[in-house]
Design a protein around this ligand. Structure first.
Ligand code: NAD
Length: 361
């Protein structure tokens, strides 16, 4: 399974990792279907290059499940149904299951009404948010998604502030492209996703300057400092602009969905809860179906034709880098660092699942 020596970064076959991870979730109490859904979501994140939202999460997810913070085998429960508007309660179930079921509802409603507004509250970690835009794009829908965490994930300093007040609050958008993979924007409104700080810490690497503050509000590049007491903070992307987008994730994904905005006094602040507002659009219902596809194709060509600023460079559209990384990782395997593998192996062992040969460093 491993293609490089023990102890170092090693690459692994995605199918084998998926089966191993699914076995760990099954041992932790998830049904076979849920185990597979969660495992596939995490492996897909690794394949697309978002290691921070990949199988590195197994240890935390299992810990949360043991602590009752995420509850196995829960489903999306519709609490408000006004046709094109649905409010879904995730009942603290695995976000990968709740998100998938909720997106299926959004697809059904957007096909019927031309558009759907879907609010999810009280879901477990929804993982890589681009996955939800991909599910809708596969059904021919364009979409926009805003996400917050109720208070457990307070990590980001507001522009002009020096300590953690907001969550990493990702925003995703997607559009199907005729005959090609969809274009998917998938960004945290923090300069770096917290999971990437975790990855840097596991690898013993420093972060690029200008991304995080230490506990005294001073700039630092040391991932360890971020996890010290008092903890550090991540800066918002794009200064006041990202800070403003993040604020409106709190308003629209948090306050509006009923999941609540990031605040230590939020009743769900002690468990990782993701809330999400999804807007789905069926281009055909706008009367611009084929014209929409043609316009998007023209826009793609126009944008990509910009002469690269760097010699040998290229303009990449949202989602293209993930497609490239996925093609490469399907060929070469998923790289996993030794610390992540050690953590995963320990979690698996505590669940009675032996790691595959060559996995534990
Ligand atoms: P990132 O900084 O890698 O940005 C990814 C986006 O930028 C993608 O749309 C990608 O296609 C685009 N992109 C990357 N390089 C590009 C280039 N050279 N040219 C043009 N476009 C380019 O990702 P991130 O902000 O660190 O987020 C990572 C992941 O973390 C995402 O999947 C996000 O959903 C997830 N996340 C989830 C939560 C949660 O609470 N569930 C919170 C924060 C982040």
């Amino acid at each position: 399974m491993s293609t490089t020596p023990k102890g170092a970064d090693a690459t692994f076959d995605p199918t084998a990792i998926g089966s191993f991870v699914a076995a760990v979730f099954a041992a932790a109490g998830s049904s076979a279907e849920e185990s597979r859904i969660v495992a596939d979501h995490l492996v897909e994140a690794n394949l697309q290059g978002h290691d921070s939202h990949g199988v590195i999460r197994v240890t935390k997810y299992v810990d949360w499940c043991k602590a009752g913070q995420v509850v196995a085998n829960r489903h999306a429960q519709v609490v408000t149904d006004s046709g094109a508007l649905l409010v879904v309660d995730g009942q603290f179930g695995y976000g990968q299951v709740i998100g998938r079921e909720a997106m299926a509802l959004a697809i059904e409603r957007a096909r019927k009404h031309g558009t759907a507004t879907l609010a999810i509250r009280n879901a477990g970690h929804l993982g890589r948010i681009g996955a939800w835009a991909e599910q809708l794009a596969a059904a021919g829908l364009a979409s926009y998604h805003l996400v917050n965490t109720s208070g457990f994930g307070i990590l980001v300093a507001p522009h002009g502030g020096s300590d953690r007040r907001m969550s990493a609050n990702p925003i995703a958008a997607g559009v199907p492209v005729a005959g090609k993979p969809p274009l998917i924007l998938d960004i945290a409104t923090s300069l770096v996703a917290e999971g990437k700080i975790q990855v840097a810490r596991n690898k013993g690497e420093t972060l690029p300057p200008g991304m995080i503050l230490d506990g005294k509000g001073k700039p630092t590049t040391q991932p360890e400092v971020f996890y010290a007491s008092p903890p550090g903070a991540i800066l918002p992307v794009g200064a006041h602009k990202g800070s403003g987008l993040s604020f409106f994730c709190e308003v629209l994904a948090g306050a509006l969905t009923g999941g609540g905005s990031s605040h230590p006094d939020n009743p769900t602040a002690k468990r990782l809860v993701n809330n999400m507002l999804t807007l789905a659009f069926d281009p055909a219902a706008f009367g611009s179906g084929e014209g929409f596809a043609a316009d998007v194709a023209r826009l793609i060509g126009w944008t990509k034709a910009s002469p690269p600023i760097d010699r040998g460079g290229a303009v990449l559209l949202p989602g293209e880098i993930e497609q490239r990384t996925k093609a490469e990782r399907l060929r070469r395997g998923i790289p996993l660092d030794a610390v992540t593998r050690r953590q995963m192996a320990a979690t698996a062992a505590s669940a009675g699942v032996p790691p595959p040969p060559g996995f534990a460093p």
